[in-house]
Design a protein around this ligand. Structure first.
Ligand code: PEP
Ligand code: MN
Length: 377
């Protein structure tokens, strides 16, 4: 698959802003004084910040605060006049786009709940035709990379070349420390498909609390992401939405001051040599891993035929439980993460079962005609 987006480098349209780009402001616009107070505080620390505030808020249940609506756009203009910061807000339909353009909002973003719906994204794309306003596209709530890519393509096809993606994590049913599962592997996949696409991270919506923000923000920078969107409020406790995850502008300053900015590479010769040597070691280990896997799978194939001859089922649940238990124990002693060992062995065991199934039956999964997953349609 190729993702051939026609985009302008972000440094061309955010010329005065140093990396990492920072987008901060309250989750929601609540009142003119709230906006100005937050904006003044943020701009003192970060004059180049892009000021964010949600005007129309997508809420799960009705009768919760659904944003102040149109009046907030005027407050955004006041923020811009007073502080000089660029302004950004979320749009979910054509009318929102029209109103933002009329009020000279500088950057629009499409939220996670809207990106899941191609009809809405197309409606926004159509409303954007003929403009060159920058657009950020958040990942959809569900971990479907195709849906995210589809939204980027629709907006790009409408002629928007000032484009960036925002990673805000994905809904998960698993218990985890995050409000939304970061699933960093999906961001890496997106970057590999389209290296010229800027990707920013929204640690606020990933974490859902202030405690984890430094960890996620640092990880985003270490994955060479281009910027951070972090919600900030002068008094998070009284915020009308996402009060648990917002931080004060002074905490934001502290957080950003403690982040380590690392270069994409280093010209230092010794660094290059050592890195090269270590990479050779890794390449050798990767070859060994594949050799061992290949041997393991050929033994699995033999077991498959043997079970077939003896009319025994493929899955032996107690044997699988035993393998997992033993390997988790061994992995722990060897200092490997339990989550990693579990995922690794689930993958290996799944493949073993697939191979045994192939050995037992004429039809293996590889011979079955492939279907496009429903979600990616
Ligand atoms: C937001 O940025 O306030 C927001 C609603 O984000 P998301 O679309 O990522 O949930
Ligand atoms: Mn929010």
């Amino acid at each position: 698959m190729v993702l051939d987006l026609n985009i302008v480098p972000i440094s061309n349209w955010l010329p005065n802003v140093e990396k990492p780009y920072l987008i901060s402001g309250p989750c929601s616009a609540e009142s003119e004084s709230q906006m100005l107070q937050i904006a003044r505080q943020i701009s003192e620390y970060f004059p180049n910040n892009i000021f964010r505030a949600g005007i129309w808020k997508p809420r799960t249940r009705p009768n919760s605060f659904e944003g102040v609506g149109d009046v907030g756009l005027k407050w955004m203009q006041r923020v811009k006049e007073e502080t000089g910061m660029l302004t950004a807000t979320e749009v979910a339909n054509a009318l929102h786009v029209e109103k933002c353009l009329k009020h000279n909002i500088d950057i629009l973003w499409i939220g996670a709940r809207t990106v899941v719906n191609p009809f809405s994204v197309q409606e926004i794309a159509d409303a954007l035709k003929g403009t060159d306003i920058p657009v950020f596209i958040k990942n959809p709530i569900n971990p479907d990379l195709q849906l995210w890519i589809g939204a980027l393509e629709r907006i790009n096809n409408a002629g928007i070349k000032k484009l960036a993606a925002i990673h805000r994590g994905f809904h998960s049913f698993e218990k985890m420390p995050f409000r939304n599962d970061p699933k960093w592997e999906l961001v890496i996949e997106l970057k590999a498909l389209c290296p010229q696409l800027p990707i920013l991270c929204d640690p606020s919506h990933i974490c859902g609390n202030p405690e984890l923000l430094p960890y996620v923000a640092q990880k985003a920078l270490d994955l060479a992401m281009d910027g951070l969107m972090i919600e900030s409020h002068f008094n998070p406790k009284i915020a009308l939405s996402d009060s648990k995850q917002q931080i004060t502008p002074s905490l934001l300053f502290e957080l950003l001051s403690n982040l380590s900015l690392r270069d994409l590479t280093s010209e230092n010769l010794e660094f290059k040599n050592v890195l090269n040597e270590l990479r050779q070691v890794i390449d050798k280990i990767d070859d060994d891993i594949l050799n061992v896997m290949s041997t393991r799978m050929s033994v699995a194939r033999q077991i498959g035929s043997f079970k077939k001859d003896n009319q025994v089922t493929i899955l032996q649940i107690t044997r699988w439980q035993e393998i997992l238990k033993n390997q988790l124990k061994r992995g722990k002693i060897m200092g490997l993460s339990q989550v990693f060992i579990k995922k690794l062995y689930q993958l290996i065991h799944n493949e073993s079962i697939r191979i045994q199934n192939e050995a037992m039956n004429e039809i293996g999964e590889n011979n079955i005609k492939k279907q496009t997953p429903i979600l990616g349609k």
